[in-house]
Design a protein around this ligand. Structure first.
Ligand code: ATP
Ligand code: MG
Length: 345
């Protein structure tokens, strides 16, 4: 068995919560570090509620754990430097740096031979016109950092005015995709990989609505998708679970973005696999062998967003349905409150 008993998790949202539950099933315990509200704190061994600038709190947190992971990629560099001087961080800093910044991310993906949407650096508003001339319309302007659930994005139509995001950005050519899929892949400290089946993702208003497995894509597309994810994981010398979002096009797969953590589009694995993405991540960062991630059921995962919570009483009565609620307070519009996994085959 590994020497690791206590895992530190940066971020205390629903992903940290589900990671903590998975760790507890393996006899491990989690210490959450979270500056804000921490639904993960309900199920973890300890929670430190402090800002990322609080060096004493960071130091005490690091000393109390054996390894540090994260459920949130926008942790400030100064905090990571301090933490890493005390305990290892998995996945490593390069994986974080690459995925924190859309410009670095796309450049990295192209450098390892993968296709992204055409893109241009737009450091300030003055550069926007030149970037549009290069990339064309329609296109999407995205802030380089801190975007999630479609936030920090401006769509630039066929004509009309182009608004500014307010921060350094990249302009991406609009991809006419036939489907969106993602691969959730785990890579162990020994370099072994285990990929879950690709899922078909449907977004609404920039937020993931459903993930369906099997994805309905031909086997060769699924194979390509898994190969792409494995290539990224190897190139980053990655340890943990990685999410890779891709667009399916008639010309092949285009990588949209990567997430160096468990991913919303991998929640279906809780109902579809013996070992789900959360446990696979815990196993990898704790230097345990990866488990069996083979899919044994067809699943549709649906996010419960905002007032979808009104449907919970009915969902609790539905057959072959897992309800996962995150224990967050108020159900505001656009807020992810939980999800359901419906087993369909
Ligand atoms: P999330 O946190 O859900 O991953 P995000 O804020 O990081 O989202 P993206 O994944 O970049 O944002 O974009 C959200 C969605 O917008 C995509 O899943 C896709 O549906 C659409 N989209 C993004 N970029 C493009 C593009 N270049 N062409 C066409 N559609 C796009
Ligand atoms: Mg995305």
């Amino acid at each position: 068995m590994s020497e690791i008993r206590t895992i530190g998790i940066l971020g205390g949202g629903q992903l940290g919560r589900m990671l903590s539950v998975a760790a507890s099933r393996l006899g491990l315990r989690c210490h959450i570090f979270e500056p804000g509200a921490a639904p993960a704190g309900d199920v973890a061994w300890r929670v430190t509620n402090a800002p990322y600038e609080d060096e004493a709190a960071l130091r005490e947190f690091a000393l109390s754990v054996d390894v540090i992971t994260y459920e949130f990629e926008n942790v400030p560099t100064s905090a990571l430097d301090l933490l890493e001087s005390i305990r290892p961080i998995r996945p490593n800093r390069r994986a974080l740096a690459v995925s924190q910044d859309r410009l670095t991310e796309k450049t990295f993906l192209n450098d390892i031979g993968l296709t992204t949407a055409p893109f241009a650096d737009v450091p300030d508003q003055a550069a926007l016109e030149g970037a549009i001339a290069q990339i064309g319309r329609p296109s999407i302007l995205k802030t380089r950092r801190m975007g999630y659930d479609g936030k920090g994005q401006v769509r630039i139509g066929k004509d009309g005015q182009a608004d500014w995001t307010g921060a350094p950005s990249v302009l991406e050519g609009f991809v006419a995709f036939t489907a969106e899929i993602s691969v959730i892949i785990a890579r162990g400290a020994d370099g072994q990989v285990a990929a879950f089946d690709p899922g078909l993702n449907v977004h609404e208003g920039g937020i993931l609505r459903t993930t369906t497995v099997p994805s309905g894509q031909p086997a060769r597309v699924s194979t390509d998708a898994v190969l792409i994810a494995a290539r990224i994981a190897n190139a980053l010398d990655y340890v943990g679970v990685l999410g890779v979002e891709m667009f399916v096009t008639p010309q092949g797969l285009i990588v949209n973005e990567i997430a160096p953590r468990v991913h919303n589009s991998g929640h279906w694995t809780q109902a579809g696999c013996a070992v789900d993405q959360f446990e696979q991540h815990i196993r990898a960062v704790a230097s345990l062998p990866l488990g069996d991630g083979k899919r044994h059921a067809d699943v549709v995962m649906e996010n419960l967003i905002g007032d979808d919570m009104d449907r919970v009483p009915d969902l609790l009565r539905a057959p072959r349905t897992q309800v996962h609620l995150y224990g967050k307070g108020e159900a505001r519009p656009g807020r992810k409150m939980g999800h359901v996994n419906r087993i369909s085959g």
